[in-house]
Design a protein around this ligand. Structure first.
Ligand code: NAI
Length: 335
Protein backbone atom coordinates (compact mmCIF):
# COMPACT_ATOMS: atom_id res chain seq x y z
CA UNK A 1 0.00 0.00 0.00
CA UNK A 2 1.08 3.57 -0.56
CA UNK A 3 1.29 5.31 2.82
CA UNK A 4 1.63 9.08 2.88
CA UNK A 5 3.08 10.29 6.18
CA UNK A 6 2.20 13.79 7.31
CA UNK A 7 4.42 15.65 9.80
CA UNK A 8 7.18 13.11 9.14
CA UNK A 9 10.40 13.65 11.03
CA UNK A 10 13.91 12.41 10.39
CA UNK A 11 13.98 10.75 13.82
CA UNK A 12 11.20 8.30 12.90
CA UNK A 13 12.03 7.44 9.28
CA UNK A 14 14.83 5.00 10.08
CA UNK A 15 12.53 2.96 12.34
CA UNK A 16 9.82 2.91 9.65
CA UNK A 17 12.22 1.94 6.85
CA UNK A 18 13.60 -0.85 8.97
CA UNK A 19 10.21 -2.19 10.15
CA UNK A 20 8.70 -1.91 6.64
CA UNK A 21 11.30 -4.06 4.93
CA UNK A 22 10.11 -2.65 1.55
CA UNK A 23 6.58 -4.13 1.92
CA UNK A 24 4.67 -0.85 1.60
CA UNK A 25 5.50 2.30 -0.34
CA UNK A 26 6.38 4.97 2.23
CA UNK A 27 6.14 8.65 1.31
CA UNK A 28 7.37 10.99 4.06
CA UNK A 29 6.03 14.57 3.93
CA UNK A 30 6.98 17.40 6.26
CA UNK A 31 3.74 19.41 6.31
CA UNK A 32 1.11 18.86 8.97
CA UNK A 33 -2.24 17.56 7.81
CA UNK A 34 -4.87 20.30 7.65
CA UNK A 35 -7.49 21.56 5.19
CA UNK A 36 -4.79 23.27 3.09
CA UNK A 37 -2.45 20.28 2.88
CA UNK A 38 -4.99 17.44 2.60
CA UNK A 39 -4.54 17.50 -1.21
CA UNK A 40 -1.07 16.01 -0.72
CA UNK A 41 -2.81 12.75 0.17
CA UNK A 42 -3.98 12.30 -3.43
CA UNK A 43 -3.18 8.71 -4.63
CA UNK A 44 -2.51 7.48 -1.10
CA UNK A 45 -4.05 4.21 0.08
CA UNK A 46 -3.45 5.21 3.67
CA UNK A 47 -2.35 8.39 5.37
CA UNK A 48 -0.39 8.34 8.58
CA UNK A 49 -0.60 11.26 11.01
CA UNK A 50 0.96 12.35 14.28
CA UNK A 51 -0.30 14.26 17.33
CA UNK A 52 -0.23 17.77 15.87
CA UNK A 53 -1.96 16.93 12.59
CA UNK A 54 -5.64 17.72 12.35
CA UNK A 55 -8.20 15.19 11.14
CA UNK A 56 -11.15 17.47 11.82
CA UNK A 57 -14.46 17.08 9.98
CA UNK A 58 -13.52 19.38 7.08
CA UNK A 59 -10.18 17.63 6.59
CA UNK A 60 -11.86 14.20 6.63
CA UNK A 61 -14.38 15.38 4.03
CA UNK A 62 -11.53 16.59 1.84
CA UNK A 63 -9.71 13.26 2.20
CA UNK A 64 -12.90 11.32 1.41
CA UNK A 65 -13.39 13.40 -1.75
CA UNK A 66 -9.88 12.32 -2.81
CA UNK A 67 -10.83 8.67 -2.22
CA UNK A 68 -8.65 8.33 0.91
CA UNK A 69 -10.45 6.45 3.67
CA UNK A 70 -7.75 4.99 5.90
CA UNK A 71 -5.81 6.77 8.64
CA UNK A 72 -3.02 5.09 10.58
CA UNK A 73 -2.21 7.16 13.65
CA UNK A 74 1.38 7.11 14.89
CA UNK A 75 0.15 7.92 18.38
CA UNK A 76 -1.94 6.50 21.18
CA UNK A 77 -3.94 9.73 21.62
CA UNK A 78 -6.71 10.40 19.07
CA UNK A 79 -8.15 13.70 20.32
CA UNK A 80 -6.98 15.24 16.97
CA UNK A 81 -9.36 13.01 14.96
CA UNK A 82 -13.10 13.63 14.63
CA UNK A 83 -13.98 9.96 15.08
CA UNK A 84 -17.72 10.53 14.76
CA UNK A 85 -17.34 12.15 11.35
CA UNK A 86 -14.76 9.53 10.37
CA UNK A 87 -17.27 6.82 11.17
CA UNK A 88 -20.01 8.55 9.15
CA UNK A 89 -17.69 8.88 6.16
CA UNK A 90 -16.66 5.21 6.34
CA UNK A 91 -13.06 5.79 7.39
CA UNK A 92 -10.90 3.18 9.01
CA UNK A 93 -8.79 4.72 11.75
CA UNK A 94 -6.31 2.80 13.88
CA UNK A 95 -3.90 3.95 16.56
CA UNK A 96 -0.85 2.62 18.37
CA UNK A 97 -2.38 2.08 21.81
CA UNK A 98 0.86 1.37 23.63
CA UNK A 99 4.38 1.73 22.31
CA UNK A 100 6.32 2.40 25.45
CA UNK A 101 4.53 3.72 28.48
CA UNK A 102 7.95 3.52 30.18
CA UNK A 103 9.35 6.19 27.84
CA UNK A 104 6.69 8.72 28.87
CA UNK A 105 6.72 7.76 32.55
CA UNK A 106 10.51 8.03 32.75
CA UNK A 107 10.38 11.44 31.08
CA UNK A 108 7.88 12.66 33.67
CA UNK A 109 10.33 11.57 36.37
CA UNK A 110 13.19 13.25 34.48
CA UNK A 111 11.25 16.54 34.56
CA UNK A 112 10.66 16.14 38.30
CA UNK A 113 14.32 15.46 39.09
CA UNK A 114 15.67 18.14 36.76
CA UNK A 115 13.33 20.76 38.24
CA UNK A 116 13.87 19.70 41.84
CA UNK A 117 17.68 19.51 41.64
CA UNK A 118 17.89 22.47 39.21
CA UNK A 119 20.01 20.47 36.80
CA UNK A 120 19.64 22.83 33.82
CA UNK A 121 20.64 25.86 35.86
CA UNK A 122 23.54 23.97 37.47
CA UNK A 123 24.83 22.77 34.10
CA UNK A 124 24.65 26.27 32.58
CA UNK A 125 26.45 27.66 35.60
CA UNK A 126 29.25 25.08 35.49
CA UNK A 127 29.81 25.77 31.80
CA UNK A 128 30.31 29.39 32.77
CA UNK A 129 32.94 28.24 35.31
CA UNK A 130 30.64 29.30 38.15
CA UNK A 131 30.81 26.60 40.81
CA UNK A 132 28.70 28.42 43.40
CA UNK A 133 25.85 26.36 44.91
CA UNK A 134 23.65 29.31 45.86
CA UNK A 135 20.12 28.93 44.50
CA UNK A 136 20.51 25.21 43.76
CA UNK A 137 18.86 23.78 46.91
CA UNK A 138 16.41 20.94 46.15
CA UNK A 139 14.25 18.66 48.28
CA UNK A 140 14.29 14.94 49.12
CA UNK A 141 11.67 13.12 47.08
CA UNK A 142 11.67 10.43 49.78
CA UNK A 143 8.79 10.97 52.17
CA UNK A 144 6.94 13.46 49.96
CA UNK A 145 3.33 12.98 48.88
CA UNK A 146 2.92 12.48 45.14
CA UNK A 147 -0.51 12.80 43.50
CA UNK A 148 -0.97 10.82 40.29
CA UNK A 149 -3.97 11.89 38.20
CA UNK A 150 -4.75 9.05 35.79
CA UNK A 151 -3.39 5.64 36.76
CA UNK A 152 -3.57 3.82 33.42
CA UNK A 153 -0.48 2.43 31.72
CA UNK A 154 1.76 5.51 32.08
CA UNK A 155 0.43 6.80 35.40
CA UNK A 156 0.87 3.39 37.04
CA UNK A 157 4.52 3.22 35.97
CA UNK A 158 5.12 6.75 37.29
CA UNK A 159 3.47 5.72 40.58
CA UNK A 160 5.68 2.64 40.83
CA UNK A 161 8.86 4.67 40.24
CA UNK A 162 7.78 7.25 42.83
CA UNK A 163 7.01 4.41 45.24
CA UNK A 164 10.62 3.30 44.72
CA UNK A 165 11.74 6.80 45.73
CA UNK A 166 9.82 6.42 49.00
CA UNK A 167 6.98 8.81 48.14
CA UNK A 168 3.53 8.44 49.65
CA UNK A 169 1.09 7.96 46.75
CA UNK A 170 -2.32 9.50 46.26
CA UNK A 171 -4.19 8.63 43.09
CA UNK A 172 -7.21 9.92 41.23
CA UNK A 173 -8.87 8.08 38.34
CA UNK A 174 -12.38 7.19 37.23
CA UNK A 175 -11.24 3.55 37.38
CA UNK A 176 -9.18 2.30 40.31
CA UNK A 177 -6.13 0.16 39.63
CA UNK A 178 -6.28 -2.57 42.30
CA UNK A 179 -2.90 -3.98 41.29
CA UNK A 180 -1.28 -0.58 41.89
CA UNK A 181 -2.86 -0.27 45.32
CA UNK A 182 -1.54 -3.72 46.19
CA UNK A 183 2.01 -3.14 44.93
CA UNK A 184 2.53 0.40 46.25
CA UNK A 185 0.03 1.00 49.04
CA UNK A 186 -1.37 3.94 47.02
CA UNK A 187 -4.70 5.42 48.13
CA UNK A 188 -7.40 6.60 45.75
CA UNK A 189 -8.78 9.95 46.89
CA UNK A 190 -10.95 12.72 45.46
CA UNK A 191 -9.34 15.21 43.11
CA UNK A 192 -9.85 17.89 45.79
CA UNK A 193 -7.97 15.92 48.39
CA UNK A 194 -5.18 15.04 45.96
CA UNK A 195 -4.75 18.72 45.07
CA UNK A 196 -4.85 19.82 48.72
CA UNK A 197 -2.30 17.34 50.07
CA UNK A 198 0.23 16.54 47.33
CA UNK A 199 3.75 17.97 47.14
CA UNK A 200 4.07 16.71 43.57
CA UNK A 201 1.17 16.37 41.11
CA UNK A 202 1.60 14.55 37.82
CA UNK A 203 -1.01 14.27 35.05
CA UNK A 204 -1.65 11.08 33.06
CA UNK A 205 -5.24 11.18 31.80
CA UNK A 206 -6.23 11.55 28.16
CA UNK A 207 -7.63 14.88 26.97
CA UNK A 208 -11.40 14.49 27.00
CA UNK A 209 -14.25 16.94 27.59
CA UNK A 210 -14.23 15.71 31.22
CA UNK A 211 -10.51 16.34 31.67
CA UNK A 212 -10.13 19.61 29.75
CA UNK A 213 -8.60 22.14 32.21
CA UNK A 214 -8.74 19.59 35.01
CA UNK A 215 -6.06 21.89 36.46
CA UNK A 216 -7.47 25.38 36.56
CA UNK A 217 -7.49 28.44 38.79
CA UNK A 218 -9.83 26.87 41.35
CA UNK A 219 -7.75 23.69 41.66
CA UNK A 220 -4.47 25.58 41.80
CA UNK A 221 -5.88 27.66 44.66
CA UNK A 222 -6.40 24.42 46.63
CA UNK A 223 -2.79 23.26 46.18
CA UNK A 224 0.01 23.43 48.73
CA UNK A 225 2.25 26.45 48.36
CA UNK A 226 5.26 25.49 46.27
CA UNK A 227 3.68 22.37 44.71
CA UNK A 228 5.41 20.69 41.78
CA UNK A 229 3.10 20.25 38.78
CA UNK A 230 4.10 17.95 35.91
CA UNK A 231 2.21 17.48 32.64
CA UNK A 232 3.43 14.97 30.07
CA UNK A 233 -0.09 14.06 28.94
CA UNK A 234 -1.88 16.71 26.87
CA UNK A 235 -1.59 20.48 27.07
CA UNK A 236 -5.35 21.02 27.37
CA UNK A 237 -5.41 19.38 30.80
CA UNK A 238 -3.94 22.56 32.27
CA UNK A 239 -5.24 26.10 31.84
CA UNK A 240 -1.86 27.63 31.09
CA UNK A 241 -2.87 31.20 31.94
CA UNK A 242 -4.06 29.99 35.35
CA UNK A 243 -0.77 28.11 35.81
CA UNK A 244 1.12 31.34 35.04
CA UNK A 245 -0.85 33.11 37.78
CA UNK A 246 -0.05 30.20 40.13
CA UNK A 247 3.64 30.56 39.31
CA UNK A 248 3.52 34.33 39.84
CA UNK A 249 1.87 34.06 43.26
CA UNK A 250 4.12 31.16 44.34
CA UNK A 251 1.46 28.45 44.66
CA UNK A 252 3.17 26.51 41.90
CA UNK A 253 6.80 26.13 42.90
CA UNK A 254 7.82 24.00 39.92
CA UNK A 255 6.12 23.47 36.57
CA UNK A 256 7.39 20.81 34.18
CA UNK A 257 5.63 20.28 30.88
CA UNK A 258 6.20 18.21 27.79
CA UNK A 259 2.90 19.34 26.28
CA UNK A 260 1.32 22.75 25.83
CA UNK A 261 -2.28 23.55 24.92
CA UNK A 262 -1.22 25.69 21.93
CA UNK A 263 1.68 23.45 20.91
CA UNK A 264 0.27 22.77 17.43
CA UNK A 265 2.36 24.77 14.96
CA UNK A 266 5.11 25.37 17.53
CA UNK A 267 6.40 22.03 18.76
CA UNK A 268 8.40 19.89 16.31
CA UNK A 269 9.48 22.99 14.31
CA UNK A 270 12.69 25.01 14.34
CA UNK A 271 11.92 28.69 14.89
CA UNK A 272 15.41 29.61 16.08
CA UNK A 273 15.76 32.20 13.28
CA UNK A 274 12.40 33.86 13.81
CA UNK A 275 10.43 35.80 16.42
CA UNK A 276 8.24 33.79 18.79
CA UNK A 277 4.63 34.93 18.42
CA UNK A 278 3.04 32.96 21.27
CA UNK A 279 2.90 35.28 24.29
CA UNK A 280 1.81 32.57 26.72
CA UNK A 281 4.67 30.15 26.18
CA UNK A 282 7.01 33.13 26.00
CA UNK A 283 5.89 34.15 29.50
CA UNK A 284 6.31 30.58 30.75
CA UNK A 285 9.90 30.57 29.53
CA UNK A 286 10.74 33.53 31.76
CA UNK A 287 10.22 31.57 34.99
CA UNK A 288 13.35 29.94 36.41
CA UNK A 289 11.18 27.19 37.94
CA UNK A 290 9.57 26.12 34.64
CA UNK A 291 11.00 23.36 32.49
CA UNK A 292 9.57 22.78 29.02
CA UNK A 293 10.31 19.99 26.57
CA UNK A 294 8.62 19.90 23.17
CA UNK A 295 6.49 16.73 23.26
CA UNK A 296 9.49 14.42 23.41
CA UNK A 297 8.42 12.16 26.27
CA UNK A 298 7.77 9.31 23.83
CA UNK A 299 11.09 9.75 22.06
CA UNK A 300 13.13 6.63 22.78
CA UNK A 301 14.50 4.07 20.33
CA UNK A 302 12.22 1.44 21.84
CA UNK A 303 9.12 3.58 21.41
CA UNK A 304 9.96 4.65 17.84
CA UNK A 305 10.49 1.07 16.76
CA UNK A 306 7.24 -0.04 18.43
CA UNK A 307 5.31 2.85 16.81
CA UNK A 308 6.67 1.87 13.37
CA UNK A 309 5.89 -1.83 13.87
CA UNK A 310 2.30 -1.29 15.04
CA UNK A 311 1.50 1.40 12.45
CA UNK A 312 2.70 -0.88 9.65
CA UNK A 313 0.92 -3.85 11.19
CA UNK A 314 -2.36 -1.86 11.09
CA UNK A 315 -1.77 -1.02 7.43
CA UNK A 316 -0.88 -4.65 6.58
CA UNK A 317 -4.16 -5.80 8.14
CA UNK A 318 -6.05 -3.37 5.91
CA UNK A 319 -4.01 -4.52 2.87
CA UNK A 320 -5.27 -8.04 3.59
CA UNK A 321 -8.85 -6.73 4.04
CA UNK A 322 -8.69 -7.67 7.72
CA UNK A 323 -9.63 -5.66 10.76
CA UNK A 324 -6.88 -4.66 13.17
CA UNK A 325 -7.51 -4.83 16.90
CA UNK A 326 -6.37 -1.20 17.11
CA UNK A 327 -9.31 0.09 15.05
CA UNK A 328 -10.97 3.24 16.44
CA UNK A 329 -13.51 3.95 13.70
CA UNK A 330 -15.48 1.98 11.11
CA UNK A 331 -15.52 -1.73 11.80
CA UNK A 332 -16.53 -2.37 8.22
CA UNK A 333 -14.67 -2.10 4.93
CA UNK A 334 -15.15 1.33 3.43
CA UNK A 335 -16.58 1.77 -0.06
P1 NAI B 1 -4.37 4.85 29.55
O1 NAI B 1 -5.60 4.81 28.75
O2 NAI B 1 -3.64 3.58 29.87
O3 NAI B 1 -4.66 5.60 30.94
C1 NAI B 1 -5.45 6.74 31.05
C2 NAI B 1 -6.09 6.74 32.41
O4 NAI B 1 -6.86 7.94 32.53
C3 NAI B 1 -7.07 5.56 32.62
O5 NAI B 1 -6.76 4.88 33.81
C4 NAI B 1 -8.44 6.23 32.65
O6 NAI B 1 -9.37 5.56 33.50
C5 NAI B 1 -8.06 7.59 33.19
N1 NAI B 1 -9.11 8.59 32.94
C6 NAI B 1 -9.89 8.73 31.83
N2 NAI B 1 -10.79 9.73 32.02
C7 NAI B 1 -10.57 10.22 33.26
C8 NAI B 1 -11.17 11.25 34.01
N3 NAI B 1 -12.19 11.96 33.52
N4 NAI B 1 -10.70 11.49 35.25
C9 NAI B 1 -9.68 10.76 35.77
N5 NAI B 1 -9.06 9.77 35.08
C10 NAI B 1 -9.50 9.49 33.85
O7 NAI B 1 -3.41 5.87 28.79
P2 NAI B 1 -1.82 5.98 28.91
O8 NAI B 1 -1.17 5.12 27.90
O9 NAI B 1 -1.40 5.88 30.31
O10 NAI B 1 -1.60 7.49 28.39
C11 NAI B 1 -2.07 8.59 29.13
C12 NAI B 1 -1.94 9.83 28.27
O11 NAI B 1 -0.55 10.14 28.07
C13 NAI B 1 -2.47 9.71 26.83
O12 NAI B 1 -3.87 9.91 26.78
C14 NAI B 1 -1.73 10.79 26.11
O13 NAI B 1 -2.50 11.99 26.17
C15 NAI B 1 -0.46 10.98 26.93
N6 NAI B 1 0.74 10.62 26.17
C16 NAI B 1 1.74 11.55 26.04
C17 NAI B 1 2.88 11.26 25.32
C18 NAI B 1 4.01 12.23 25.19
O14 NAI B 1 4.93 12.00 24.38
N7 NAI B 1 4.04 13.32 25.92
C19 NAI B 1 3.02 9.97 24.63
C20 NAI B 1 1.95 9.03 24.88
C21 NAI B 1 0.84 9.37 25.61
Amino acid sequence: MKIVFFDAHAFEQEAFDSANNSVHELVFLKPNLNAQTADLARDADVISIFVNDSASADVLEKLASLGVHRIALRSAGFNHVDLKRAQELGFRVANVPAYSPYAVAEHAIALMLALNRKLIRANNRIRDLNFSLDGLVGFDMHGKTAGVIGTGKIGAIVANILHGFGCKLLCYDVQENAELVKSTGASYVSLDELCRTSDIITLHTPLLPATKYIINEERIRQMKRGVMLINTSRGGLVNTRDAIEGLKNGTIGYFGIDVYEQEQGIFFHDYSDTVLQDEVIARLMTFPNVLITGHQAFLTHTALYNIAETTLYNVSCWAECKETEHELAAKKEHP
